[in-house]
Design a protein around this ligand. Structure first.
Ligand code: UN1
Length: 459
């Protein structure tokens, strides 16, 4: 998309938001309710686009659209709950109130791996909050962006009366890549930029947004770990590990990348994992029996193979990692002897590094000693270990799970992470507050004008 077309898109987003912000929030929610129903009807259409673009297996593609539908339901409820506090004033006949108003235009940048759900986290909340959305989806997932936009347009024009048709422009698509992302980052007409993708991308965009004092919300790389304690239910852990590490071919920001295992259960766990990995159906993501499809492209497969080569050079034992064909690669387990730079790097592929520990403090230290801070988990049936992991001295991540793998979060909680992950929180809980402007309103209903802090000013 050229700059001129881009400018028209943003100007239209500004214009339509001015109308949308006057519609009561529960009525805005009605549009999202209808959209959710359209997505329910179109679940297979959008899922197919996800299978095509992101190369997901059917179950995961449908799961992703379900996540978007869940977001619609959440946002409909939210549309009646955008409330602030009423605070006791220190002055007589005064009242303090928090009022939430729309922000304006929300820019949304999404990655190839969750091309529908992550957009929906932002879109559904932004809509009920009274904003318009300008969406730059991944150039690798064009079919998904188009099918979501079509579902949105249909929801608006097939259900609502003609005067509402214009609200299809509440969602507009920016076609492009890095250059267009930079336009969005620099654009003062965009009040909030919500960007999901690599840490590299986030670190390039965030200073540009900050330079204009814009709001940014970042959901970037993860290097998610799991501690498997001597008190763990090992079979449960194996299921959590396999889905976490090889699901979506290891291309979730929440994928399991590091396994930190108590020395007393290390051998038994490795044996079970090797056999689980050996029986994984890897291949064409359109085939029903496949659980692990291809990587997104050859570049990604090459990066995986190069990381495995480096691991071998370091003397680590590598299980799996054979090329099936093209960019389809069998998931790999790497028995690493230390958490070196390679282990600290997020290779967006199904590589699971395994490390050993002897006491929990050491395991937590290893766990937290990476630049990223998205998702984390511990498998243990010991309450002290579990609670320690969630406490101040435990995991430093935004997502902390007990007896669940690091991926597959529900939309009801706030999603995001710390450190190089960017600090943003999307989807559930009170993440909506980032999509609104909070006004602290003070009302004087008396006949005098007392000053705060008891200041006498000419009295
Ligand atoms: C992502 O990979 O960018 O928790 C998002 C999960 C999914 C979302 C992943 N609900 O794995």
């Amino acid at each position: 998309m050229n700059k001129n077309d881009y400018d028209q898109v943003i100007n239209r987003a500004v214009e339509i938001q001015k109308e949308w912000r006057t519609i009561p929030a529960p009525k805005r929610g009605e549009l999202i309710r209808v959209f959710g129903n359209h997505l329910r009807q179109d679940i297979e259409v959008v899922a197919e686009a996800i299978m095509k673009d992101a190369k997901k297996i059917h179950a995961e593609a449908v799961g992703e659209v379900q996540e978007a539908i869940d977001m619609c339901d959440f946002a409909v409820g939210l549309s009646r709950q955008l409330y602030g506090l009423t605070i006791q004033s220190e002055r007589p006949e005064h009242k303090l109130q928090e009022v939430y108003n729309p922000l304006g235009v929300v820019g949304v940048i999404t990655a190839f791996n969750f091309p529908c759900a992550v957009w929906a986290w932002n879109h559904c909340v932004a809509m009920v909050c009274g904003n318009s959305v300008v969406w730059k989806g991944s150039p690798k997932a064009k079919n998904v962006t188009d099918s979501c936009k079509q579902a949105w347009d249909k929801a608006v024009t097939e259900t609502f009366p003609e005067p509402w048709f214009k609200f299809k422009d509440l969602l507009q698509v920016v076609d492009g890549d890095k250059e267009q992302a930079e336009w969005m980052a620099d654009d003062t007409r965009i009040s909030l930029l919500s960007a999901t993708g690599s840490t590299e991308m986030g670190k390039a965009l965030a200073p540009r947004v900050s330079a204009r004092m814009g709001k940014g919300l970042y959901e970037l790389g993860g290097n998610n770990g799991m501690i498997v304690s001597k008190h763990a239910n090992i079979d449960l852990a194996v299921r959590g590990i396999v889905f976490g590490a090889v699901g979506t071919a290891g291309q979730r920001c929440t994928s399991l990348r590091r396994l930190i295992v108590h020395e007393s259960v290390y051998d038994v766990l490795i044996t079970k994992l090797k056999s689980a990995y050996a029986s994984l159906p890897v291949g064409d993501n359109f085939k029903e029996e496949t659980l692990v499809g291809p990587l997104i492209n050859q570049e990604s497969a090459d990066r995986m193979l190069s990381a495995l080569e480096q691991a071998k050079t370091k003397g680590y034992t590598v299980h799996g990692g054979e090329v099936v064909e093209g960019c389809t690669v069998r998931p790999a387990i790497v028995e690493a002897t230390e958490q070196c730079d390679l282990v600290k790097t997020e290779t967006f592929a199904p590589i699971l590094y395994v490390l050993k520990y002897s006491d929990l403090d050491q395991a937590i230290d290893i766990h937290n000693a990476v630049p990223q801070g998205l998702s984390s988990c511990i498998f243990t049936d010991n309450v002290q270990e579990a609670e320690t992991f969630t406490s101040a001295v435990g995991s430093d991540c935004g997502i902390v799970n007990i007896n669940i793998g690091p991926s597959g979060a529900e939309i009801g909680g706030a999603f995001g992470g710390e450190k190089d992950t960017g600090g943003g929180r999307e989807s559930g809980s009170d993440a909506w507050k980032q999509y609104m402007r909070r006004s602290t309103v003070t009302i004087n209903y008396g006949k005098s004008l007392p000053l705060a802090q008891g200041i006498k000013f000419g009295d």
